[in-house]
Design a protein around this ligand. Structure first.
Ligand code: FAD
Length: 367
């Protein structure tokens, strides 16, 4: 059997790898370079999840994805020699305004209900754990919580490793090949691209923020909207702190070689990826206020990426209700790096005709 995967982000690459490991012939198509869009632009945070008794399909997806990442990191290192730097470094979530503090404190019941391990920190705890934290952040701290399970992967390395592993498993990778349309009128699926036509028995659309364009003719109600996010990259001589520092939707992620990522915002401006100076300055202010070492002299790069957001902020993962050979894996919004492993696991099960590990009706593409 040959399966076409449209989109070579973290979702498409992980699906391609898992299918090829089942002995399936896989062709992967990307309109640009594989791993060049949101999956590269992201931060690689894998948040703490309910690992004890998740009930809802999304929580179960978060749970299996979290666990599968630990296994995949080891597997990719063995297969390719590339270390994706999976690290359960822990995360500190802190508030410096009354509103943020109320939101954080109000989440305690939810974390308890979801069996997510956490503990409250005092300013003295934080000074002891992360002495590099700026006096501004600690001095004006209203509340903070530690999530020991919070984990990171270095997503560009993760993508490199996935690409290398896919090549090892003979995945045919077609870059700079945009799929313009999919023809389901005969027994084989035909992809119509700017490089010609390709046929396969099944197709999985994993085209991230661009997925609606391809899916509209067969799933008219599906809506995946691009949501732009900015990221700043700083370089420090060495690693100055170890935890991921979270403040509302913004975060600071320490890589193990002194690089530090600071993100992010949410902006709906279509497919326009141009950066906004105002947003860069806002993030710079947040970074400087949290860690004095992060300033214009240590800023080395900035970029944006387009997150694929669905209307209910849940991903679309499943088979088309009427077109048996069409599978969909998109709409992962702020969690695609995290949810990629579980998504690939479920799509592989579906394509191989197996019952998925749990009921994924809630994630169906036709909802
Ligand atoms: C600033 C930022 C920070 C983030 N941080 C995190 C984080 O910390 N943790 C987390 O889990 N997630 C994070 N995310 C979200 C995460 O990056 C995305 O959810 C995830 O990358 C989506 O993966 P994808 O494969 O669906 O999309 P993409 O990586 O965008 O890949 C889609 C691919 O499809 C290709 N394509 C599109 N249309 C076609 C076509 N017609 N033909 C051929 N190819 C096509 C594109 O070229 C692209 O390469 C972040 C995102 C951003 C922008």
């Amino acid at each position: 059997m040959r399966v076409s995967v449209i989109g070579g982000g973290v979702i498409g690459l992980t699906i391609a790898l898992r299918l090829s490991q089942r002995g399936i012939d896989v062709s992967l198509f990307d309109s640009g370079c594989v791993g060049g869009e949101a999956s590269w632009a992201g931060a690689g945070i894998l948040p703490a999840v309910n690992r004890i008794d998740p009930l809802h399909a999304l929580d179960r997806l978060k749970h299996i994805s979290f666990d599968l990442h630990a296994e995949l990191a080891v597997e990719l290192l063995e297969l390719t020699g590339i270390d994706n730097q999976w690290s359960q470094c822990g995360g500190i979530h802190f508030a410096t305004t009354l509103g943020e503090a109320a939101a954080l404190r109000g989440s305690r019941d939810y974390w308890n209900h979801e069996s997510i391990p956490f503990r409250e920190l005092t300013p003295a705890d934080i000074r002891r754990m992360e002495p590099a934290l700026g006096e501004m952040a600690v001095g004006s701290l209203l509340t903070a919580f530690l999530f020991p399970d919070e984990t990171q992967i270095r997503n560009p390395k993760h993508l490199q490793a996935l690409i290398a592993a896919c090549r090892q498993h003979q995945v045919e990778i077609h870059e700079n090949c945009e799929i313009l349309d999919i023809d389901f009128s005969s027994s084989a699926v035909t992809l119509i691209s700017d490089q010609g036509r390709f046929t396969s028995e099944r197709v999985c659309v994993a085209a991230g923020a661009w997925a609606s364009r391809l899916l509209q003719p067969v799933l008219p109600r599906i809506q995946v909207v691009p949501v732009k996010g900015h990221m700043l990259l700083f370089r420090l001589p060495q690693r100055r702190f170890t935890h991921i520092l979270n403040n509302g939707n913004r975060y600071i992620v320490p890589r193990n070689d002194g690089l530090v990522l600071v993100g992010s915002n949410e902006e709906e401006s279509g497919f326009d990826k141009s950066p906004s100076q105002e947003e860069i300055e806002r993030l710079l202010l947040f970074a400087e206020g949290t860690l004095a070492d992060l300033n214009t002299s240590t800023l080395v790069d900035s970029w944006t990426g387009l997150r694929p957001m669905s209307f209910d902020q849940m991903p679309f993962v499943g088979r088309h209700s009427e077109i048996d050979c069409l599978f969909v894996a998109t709409g992962h919004f702020r969690s695609g790096l995290h949810l990629s492993t579980g998504t690939a696991h479920l799509i592989t099960q579906l394509i191989c005709g197996e019952k998925p590990t749990f009921d994924i009706t809630a994630l169906r593409p036709s909802r």
